[in-house]
Design a protein around this ligand. Structure first.
Ligand code: CUK
Ligand code: CUA
Length: 639
């Protein structure tokens, strides 16, 4: 057995030991003090200090919590169909889930990131990736809804995404799997030298936030795992961790860990912009969907794009450099000053910290240690700032508190370890229950973290909650990090399996997000903004019902003249203009879910009655004392 295989087995054995040790009888494990209870107590009617946007992993959603209370406020559907909000069911939002592979109402979403201005969180948007059918989504924090989704071509397993640059110039998306680019039929074992990776730069319009796939950088056939932007001095660079630099087509036998070191790829996107300006790109045919939800028409449109600009990293000097990083790095995290880039080697107990200024020095001296497909490799010693030694087992991700400390999660030894930036000494460690993945400090991926709490997101819960059958919830844990020692404050269950999260001071978001849609500005094609305009229109066997809703009736509420075999479109407008007064509508036998319609908004559902009769419909949201009276009938006659 080679030594890497041995190491892997040893790590697995340690995990099993740890998890079994952690089961049962754990009254001492994280028993909370009464001061912990006080610290997370947000009195009835009071607001939390932070929003936390926690990814839903395989649920494809994004959940919104308050910190420090851990209260769940909302689950925002992104890459999913959601019956509660009719997302992906009503005619207006279906186009949002369109892709070059058709309608895909599912994905695996890992990494939310909040938009920034001058390296600080500005609270306008949250971006998040879909891994499986590569996509990037944008959530507008004035409405807490997904308003744009762009598909990423030449990518597979869109994992090193969605991370924003200091002024939200770009959201980046890196492929996990290398694939044939363009896709073609070829033997899998000819991977090496033929498959390629791609790193996508999606520009974000500074005015309206509109996304556009600006360009892609074509890379060697490694696997691209995570990314973080440069900031301060390193603004203009983006760093991506890689594994499988052997370019193995099968990772079954831990082949991918044969190399002692993989790389962090440093991409100079300012240089990329110059190359684009000079026309040094190729235009490749590519099919990808760009879906936009328009807040005036309350309607999404999906456009199929046909080409993409690519820059070949092998041929364009100065675009990409490779920083050797030991033992299959996973997380790739940049400190608030932009000087330090941390690579967490999953199979190592040390953390490697690279220095940006040393990297620039080595590049200026043209001091390289070979190359890969024409991309210069810097020497490990030349770029090394230091390493945090023997910190734990299975390091995954690092965040910073802005007070000179880094915090790293260790999956195998199941803990968060606090260390000092610059001296690299470990100063504290706290156990996680159990097997932590990502962690999040609000603003941790910016120049100005709010270094008060860290949220650890755990993969395994075991005995922490009441059992709920074979599937138990994943879990988050909140620690106070305002003192020298971290203090565990709270456990709370999550929706789906969270990977990363993004947090922000509530004050930066909450006023703007009390938005109401103005009825007068409703430009929906089928809006009915006054009761004078309600009507039922027939066109062959297609019927359009223009309906309104207001406390506490539908108009019209009695509809006749519908026949079996008709296709009936209900276009329903909520005439309310008060905050927090939605109405719902549901029709017996309609398979398009209930519609929860916000004040000033119009939504459409389709009903194809199969049976004659007189069929009721009703409001599903308890909207007033006469909510139960908010109802109506449709008469269906023979064809
Ligand atoms: S990954 Cu999940 S724990 Cu997708 Cu960011 Cu590391
Ligand atoms: Cu409207 Cu209940």
């Amino acid at each position: 057995m080679n030594k890497f295989r041995f190491l892997m087995l040893a790590l697995i054995a340690t995990t099993m030991l740890l998890v079994s040790c952690n089961q049962g009888g754990n009254s001492s494990n994280g028993a909370l003090s009464s001061s912990a209870a006080e610290k997370v107590y947000v009195a009835p009617g009071e607001h939390d200090e932070f929003y936390a946007f926690v990814s839903g992993g395989f649920s494809g959603q994004l959940s919104v919590y308050g910190l420090p209370s851990g209260r769940l406020f909302k689950v925002i559907p992104v890459f999913s169909q959601d019956a509660e909000k009719a997302w992906g069911y009503n005619e207006e939002t279906k186009p949002m889930l369109n892709t070059s592979h058709g309608f895909i109402p599912w994905d695996d979403s890992h990494h939310p990131d909040i938009s920034q201005t001058n390296g600080e969180l500005d609270g306008r948007f949250v971006f998040i990736n879909g891994n499986n059918t590569p996509r990037i989504a944008k959530i507008d924090l004035s409405v807490f809804e997904t308003t744009e989704i762009i598909e990423i071509p030449n990518s597979a397993g869109n994992h090193s995404s969605a991370f924003v640059t200091e002024n939200t110039e770009y959201v980046v998306a890196g492929t996990r799997f290398s694939v044939p680019i363009p896709q073609r039929d070829m033997p899998i074992n000819e991977y090496k030298g033929n498959f390629q990776g791609s790193l996508s730069f999606i520009s974000v319009d500074p005015e309206d936030g509109g996304m556009d796939l600006s360009f892609q950088v074509l890379m060697p056939g490694f696997d691209y795992d995570l990314a973080h932007p440069g900031r301060g001095a390193s603004h203009g660079w983006m760093f991506f961790s890689t594994y499988n630099s052997e370019e193995s087509h099968s990772l079954m036998e831990v082949n991918a860990s044969q190399n002692d070191k993989d790389f962090i790829a440093a991409v100079n996107w300012k240089k990329a912009e110059e190359y684009i300006k000079e026309g040094k790109f190729q235009t490749m045919p590519a099919n990808y969907a760009h879906n936009v939800y328009d807040e005036e028409t309350h309607t999404a449109t999906s456009t199929m794009k046909k080409e993409v600009r690519v820059l070949d990293a092998s041929e364009l000097p100065g675009l990409v450099y490779l920083l050797p990083t030991p033992k299959s790095p996973h997380g790739c995290d940049v400190d608030p000053t932009g000087e330090y880039i941390v690579g967490n080697g999953k199979l190592s107990s040390d953390l490697t910290v690279h220095s940006f200024s040393k990297m620039i020095q080595a590049i200026e001296n043209e001091k390289f240690d070979g190359e890969a497909y024409g991309i210069p490799i810097l020497s490990f010693e030349d770029v090394l700032a230091g390493s945090v030694k023997q910190a734990g087992l299975g390091p995954l991700h690092t965040e910073f508190d802005g007070n000179g400390n880094g915090y790293t999660t260790f999956f195998i030894s199941s803990e968060v370890v606090k260390w000092k930036v610059g001296t690299w000494e470990v100063v504290d460690r706290q156990p996680c229950y159990y097997s932590v993945g990502h962690l999040m400090i609000p603003g941790g991926n910016s120049r100005k973290p709010f270094g008060k709490y860290v949220l650890a997101m755990n993969k395994i819960t075991k005995d922490r909650y009441l059992p709920t059958g074979p599937e138990v919830t994943q879990s988050a844990q909140l620690y106070d990090i305002s003192g020298e020692k971290m203090e565990l404050l709270l456990d709370f269950p999550t929706v789906g399996e969270p990977h990363y999260a993004a947090g922000i001071a509530a004050d930066l978001v909450k006023e703007r997000s009390k938005k109401i849609y103005n009825l007068e500005e409703n430009k929906h094609k089928y809006a009915t903004t006054s009761d004078a305009n309600v009507k039922v229109e027939r066109n062959g066997n297609e019927v359009h019902v223009y309906m309104t809703m207001i406390r506490s009736h539908f108009n019209p509420d009695n509809i006749e003249g519908i026949k079996v075999g008709d296709k009936v479109y209900f276009h329903v407008t909520n005439l309310e203009q008060d905050y927090d007064v939605p109405h719902g509508v549901s029709m017996i036998g309609a398979n398009t879910s209930e519609l929860l319609i916000m004040p000033g908004q119009t939504e459409t559902f389709v009903w194809e009655p199969k049976q004659v009769g007189v069929w009721p419909f009703y409001c599903t949201d308890f909207c007033s004392a006469l909510h139960q009276e908010m109802q109506g009938y449709v008469r269906v006659s023979p064809a």
